[in-house]
Design a binder for this molecule. Structure first.
Ligand SMILES: *Cc1c(COP(=O)(O)O)cnc(C)c1O
Length: 348
């Protein structure tokens, strides 16, 4: 049996993606611009993102795990992939065969890679985030000698705000560059790219801004929305003044209103934080407020302002990431990575 088309879909705008990447590349001056495509391209479509960014000229891609890497095979000519979480013992046989670089993060990972024959790899050094990566002392202890490091990298912890750690991490990373030989050096994520050329080194690694996230004010007006969730109306109905709406009647209709019941809910990643706060957009751009609680699979909106809408029509969730983040208090990252498998991804 062939499946009927999904009642919810995620439209991905290839031109917005490529335009976001070009802007980010420009901000990095002469540095190459890579792309973080972990977590399925931040919940969108990792393979589709890779293909379209490769067309735009992107060569360096980053995933978290080996499973994510293998799902992208075969890679096109000249495309390189790095696996950010490095190599556990149980990754080694795949890691040795795949032709994909591990990002080595701990002394044990470095030894494991060296003992299995070494070869081209990336290395992550922790310059202050205190998350994954070699301590600076370990990094300059001789541990990395003889290792053919393609990209030596570190990761900024506070680049999305004004914080003394930005300059401190920059200084520490610049120091490391003088002491550890590598083909290339890389520090900046999306927010780091916005901090200017001196954070870019040879390669930047944006993620969220490719996907339409605004990491810092500098990106506003340059970064375009990329992912557009669209959902179908299952039912139209009138809700009478004084009636409760949805679970626990958290909204009570103050007048008779024309509601639309939509095929999306928190199981799809449209979380309850949008209850009585989110908006959806009618085809003519009119914003319709979410009323009542978001359910697991359903959403109720006040469609009084769009009387022509009918069952089967499509509406867009207002998913401009900066705005939706302010409304929901979810991070722009969570908004994207939570989008579930029931959204049919398509490119336009
Ligand atoms: C996820 C990630 C990035 C991209 O970060 P954004 O904030 O999404 O731009 C870059 N580098 C590393 C090591 C990462 O884990």
């Amino acid at each position: 049996m062939t499946l009927p088309p999904s009642p919810l879909r995620l439209r991905l705008d290839a031109q917005a993606l490529q335009s976001n990447w070009r802007w980010l590349r420009q901000q990095g001056g002469t540095a190459a611009c890579g792309a973080a495509i972990k977590a399925g391209g931040y919940g969108t479509d990792a393979a589709g993102v890779l293909g379209r960014l490769a067309k735009a000229g992107c060569r360096d891609f980053f995933v978290a795990t080996w499973a994510e890497a293998l799902a992208l095979f075969p890679l096109g000519d000249g495309i390189t992939l790095s696996v950010l979480h490095g190599v556990r013992e149980e990754d080694m046989s795949v890691a040795r065969q795949a032709g994909v670089r591990p990002v080595l993060n701990s002394p044990a990972q470095v030894r494991r890679w060296k003992e299995s024959g070494g070869g081209p790899c990336d290395v992550m050094v922790d310059t202050g985030i205190n998350r994954l990566g070699l301590d600076m002392e370990d990094a300059v202890s001789g541990l990395l000698d003889e290792l053919p490091i393609v990209t030596l990298m570190s990761h900024l912890s506070c680049a999305d705000e004004e914080h003394p750690l930005n300059a401190l991490q920059l200084e520490r990373f610049s120091d490391l560059r003088g002491q550890i030989a590598a083909d290339r050096y890389s520090l900046a994520n999306s927010a780091g790219v916005c901090l200017g050329h001196k954070y870019a080194f040879n390669l930047t690694r944006p993620g969220i801004a490719l996907y339409g996230g605004i990491p810092r004010a500098e990106a506003r007006g340059h970064i375009r929305q990329f992912a557009f969730p669209e959902v179908q109306i299952l039912q139209r109905k009138t809700i009478r003044a004084g009636e409760g709406v949805g679970y626990n009647a958290t909204c009570v209709a103050s007048r008779d209103l024309e509601a639309a019941i939509l095929n999306v809910g928190y199981a799809d990643g449209y979380l309850r934080a949008f209850s009585n706060r989110g908006h959806v957009l009618a085809p003519d751009g009119v914003a319709l407020p979410v009323i009542g609680r978001v359910s697991m699979d359903l959403l109720i909106v006040d469609a009084s302002a769009a009387p022509a809408l009918a069952e089967g029509d499509w509406l867009g969730l207002d998913y401009r990431l900066e705005e939706a983040s302010a409304v929901s208090k979810l991070s722009q990252y969570e908004l994207l990575t939570g989008l579930g498998p029931r959204f049919a991804r398509f490119w336009a």
